[in-house]
Design a binder for this molecule. Structure first.
Ligand code: ATP
Ligand code: MG
Length: 293
């Protein structure tokens, strides 16, 4: 199975949101990582054919998805970033309704809905209306509706938004189990969501695909470039102006800094193993510096 992105560019009125993206997805889990406004949702909407690219195209098994239309939709599951469902439907009614739209037979639909309510941990809330659902519960119903037709291609736009830590872990487990023979693409700006689950990480910045690699490869490349040092506040603040800081930890009157730098940033700095979070900060900038400036 192959989903190919060829020279995809998207322009909203006067804003260039995606710039000449080229990529080939084969079965596996892909984490699309980038800050707010990077173009993740735009890219995903194009991948599911909700939005037509200004130029370029997406091919599924060598055929343009905008020509395949419903044939393509049949093998697709999609969770939009702004998914809400229908507030007056119960969880059960809503999933049954979507199953109907997706053309599942009545008996299969009921069985699938039950399975999925179990899978996302909402079986006990199945008769509650969606309007009474918390953000995390809505997200889980959104994930369930994307899975109804057992899609070959699953595209989840920020599936973990609003999920508590145990639900995040549960979702990772669900995705890993399903990944065989499927293309799963998820977007997030939370590195830990994809660090352990993604086969490949795609970094999107200002509409450009700046790098893609396995998490292990990203970490290898950063080996020897991540440091920690604990300093008095004044000294720490001055280092924060000079270096890329991936974490700051106040310890009494001292501050422990985590620094990304090719050279030893301070006499007392010691090398530590890189994390994917360091790579994120390296590419997308540094929230701590923004505060201190
Ligand atoms: N309908 C639209 N009209 C004009 N500009 C848009 C539209 N939708 C998105 N944009 C702009 O395109 C850029 C990319 O938006 P997009 O929603 O794809 O980013 P994102 O990476 O998903 O961000 P987030 O992490 O906040 O969800 C943003 O600068 C956004 O303001
Ligand atoms: Mg988005």
């Amino acid at each position: 199975m192959k989903l190919t992105v060829e020279q995809v560019t998207h322009q909203y009125k006067n804003f260039l949101a995606l710039k000449n993206i080229n990529f080939e997805f084969t079965p596996g889990i892909y984490g699309l990582l980038g800050p707010n406004g990077a173009g993740k949702s735009t890219f995903m909407r194009i991948l599911v054919d909700v939005l037509a690219p200004t130029s370029g195209m997406i091919n599924y098994e060598g055929r343009n998805i905008s020509i395949l239309k419903s044939q393509y939709r049949d093998i697709l599951g999609y969770l939009p970033q702004d998914f809400n469902g229908y507030p007056h439907f119960t969880a059960y009614q809503f999933l049954l309704y979507v199953a109907n739209l997706k053309g599942l037979s009545k008996s299969l639909a009921k069985q699938r809905v039950d399975e999925l309510l179990q899978l996302v941990g909402l079986i006990e809330s199945k008769d509650k209306k969606l309007k009474g659902f918390s953000g995390g519960m809505k997200r889980r119903i959104g994930i369930a509706q994307a899975l109804l037709n057992d899609p070959h291609i699953l595209i989840l736009d920020e599936p973990t938004a609003g999920l508590d830590p145990s639900e995040r872990i549960r979702l990772r487990g669900i995705l890993s189990k399903m990944a065989k023979n499927k293309i799963i693409i998820l977007s997030t700006h939370i590195v830990s969501d994809i660090e352990s689950v993604a086969d490949q990480v795609l970094l999107l910045r200002k509409g450009e695909l700046i790098e893609h690699a396995t998490p292990a490869h990203f970490l290898d490349k950063m080996e020897g470039q991540v440091w920690t040092v604990t300093l008095q506040e004044q000294k720490a603040l001055s280092l924060m102006d000079t270096f890329i800081i991936s974490n700051v930890h106040q310890q009494g009157t001292s501050i422990e800094l985590r620094i990304v730098a090719t050279q030893k940033p301070h006499l007392d700095a010691i090398n530590v193993p890189p994390k994917l979070e360091d790579i994120y900060v390296y590419h997308f900038g540094n929230p701590h510096q923004a505060i201190s400036n």
